[in-house]
Design a protein around this ligand. Structure first.
Ligand code: LM2
Ligand code: CA
Length: 478
């Protein structure tokens, strides 16, 4: 359950937060497939309660397991999965089954279901009071029972030890597997008992071989467990039977690029830092929650604020480094925590438009369409199955390393110029730096790097350059 089943030659997952199914299908065909992306994490597919002003977080309040949300219908979802699989891009669904909704008067869902939330009645499933834990607030993260049996921000907490509840969840998961998804993200996994989750996952079907999965293939499971240390519940309770989101990854890198640590220490980045085993870890710089609630974490807003493009630097490091399953956050612009995704006056989502330079319009950030990001996805593909070699640093925040003889990256996190002759391990030749430009029809629109007969090259990243990164790889050779 830790194999992503990426199509060979593909890598990197992108979270297309709040995108519509039809638009994701187009994105798979026009951009993600051709660029070699491995997969997409999609927003929850299950029907949610409608909340005034339509904040993004209404989608984390399920009212039934019908496939009806602002992203689209069941038919559109099926069509998307088929088209993305055909484009070589896998789909991973964000599934919410720790809880249902909080309390709402006259709760109505995006698929027409209703619920008597005060009385724990959800006829759309159906669930009733028996299926939930007795209501209590989560208020003590030193107590695993409190965290798992009480309500997370007032959201009615399902009891996954009940056979009836397990059956509803497994049926829901089996149906998404039937249409060809490759796996799922388990929302709020920390708030459920590992033993219950293990049983639920084990009952889910193998992947559907009609969508080019090998026979007997298990769904990829990645569980949302926020573990910064110091609480009763640990990420190590979950990683034996599925992958886990590694929240320390983004914090450590953000700290370093914010000047609170030095990049030179990343020479042994990985398990030695107390991170999960690489295979078990989904890694990311920011996600849809941390970009709203954690000022210390780099987000698309950081790049605007400091004009230093430090989010790109962090994402470039992540994609260049072999540790973990890399996930890229793709956002819409927002000013406040509650802000809704781009929508019209009656609450329909407004999809991104695509500009001629590949970036997005209509209020969408689309980090995955930034040159520095999609070109590093291609770097990651080129460097697949190689290690970090030839680590170099200046004793501070200028670092460089190669990936076998497939790729080489240099990062300037210092306020002064980076000017070094370094061993790249690449074949002699002229390479296009894929951070400052693109290689198009054998013409490099950015900086070039000349690797000599000994594999060495002069690497320059000036302090006043827009990007603090330089990256070359075997497919960026002129
Ligand atoms: C997650 N991962 O484990 C999601 O990544 C996160 O985005 C979800 O919270 C959370 N778990 C529950 O699925 C979001 C949002 C919350 C929001 C909930 C439910 O971050 O703020 O809570 O979705 O919509 C909202 C209100 C909160 C209120 C609650 C219940 O913000 O103030 O609490 O609804 O009505 C009284
Ligand atoms: Ca729970």
């Amino acid at each position: 359950q830790k194999d992503l089943h990426y199509v060979p030659g593909h890598n990197g997952m992108v979270h297309l937060f709040e995108w519509k199914w039809g638009k994701i299908a187009e994105e798979c065909e026009n951009f993600l497939g051709p660029m070699g992306f491995g997969g997409v994490q999609v927003s929850p597919i299950q029907e949610n309660v409608i909340i005034k002003n339509r904040p993004w977080w209404e989608r984390y309040q399920p009212i039934s397991y019908k496939w009806a949300t602002r992203s689209g219908t069941a038919k559109e979802f099926k069509d998307m999965v088929r088209r993305c699989n055909n484009a070589g891009v896998r789909i991973y669904v964000d599934v919410v089954f720790n809880h249902m909704t909080g309390n709402h008067k006259n709760a109505k869902g995006t698929g027409g279901s209703t619920a008597d939330t005060q009385n724990f009645n959800y006829p759309g499933v159906p669930y009733s009071g028996f299926d939930f834990h007795v209501s209590c607030p989560i208020n003590n993260y030193q107590d695993a029972g409190n965290v798992r049996n009480c309500e997370l921000s007032g959201l009615h907490d399902l009891d996954q030890s009940k056979e009836y509840v397990r059956e509803k969840i497994v049926n829901f998961l089996n149906k998404i597997i039937d249409v060809g998804v490759a796996g799922y993200r388990v929302d709020a996994a920390k708030h459920m008992w590992p033993e219950d989750l293990k049983v639920i996952y084990s009952r889910v079907k193998n992947l559907n071989p009609e969508h080019n999965f090998p026979s007997g293939a298990r769904p990829y499971v990645f569980q949302e467990v926020i573990d910064y240390g110091g609480e009763a519940i640990s990420k190590y309770e979950y990683n034996s039977f599925g992958a886990v989101t590694e929240f320390r990854y983004g914090i450590e890198l953000s700290n370093a690029l914010n000047g609170k640590n030095q990049l030179k220490w990343f020479s042994n980045w990985g398990e030695a830092w107390g991170l999960l085993p690489s295979q078990d870890a989904v890694v990311f710089i920011d996600n849809h929650d941390t970009q709203r609630g954690h000022p210390e974490i780099l987000t698309y807003k950081s790049s605007k604020k400091y004009k230093a493009m430090i989010l790109q630097m962090a994402v470039a490091f992540m994609l260049a480094h072999p540790y973990g399953t890399a996930r890229i956050m793709s956002s819409f612009a927002f000013d406040s925590f509650d802000a809704n995704p781009p929508q019209d006056s009656i609450g329909n989502l407004i999809s991104p438009t695509i500009n001629s330079d590949k970036t997005c319009g209509n209020g969408w950030i689309c980090e995955h369409r930034w040159r520095q990001v999609y070109n590093m996805v291609r770097f990651r593909i080129a460097a697949n199955n190689t290690d970090v070699n030839n680590w170099w640093d200046n004793g501070q925040n200028q670092i460089a390393f190669s990936r076998g003889n497939a790729g080489f990256i240099a990062i300037n996190g210092d306020g002064h110029d980076f000017k070094q002759h370094l061993y790249t391990s690449l074949q002699p030749g002229i390479y296009c730096d894929v951070i400052s430009g693109n290689l198009e029809n054998n013409v490099c629109t950015g900086k070039t790097v000349t690797v000599d007969q000994n594999g060495k090259a002069y690497i320059e990243i000036l302090a006043n350059e827009e990007d603090g990164v330089l990256a070359i790889h075997r497919q960026s050779k002129l």
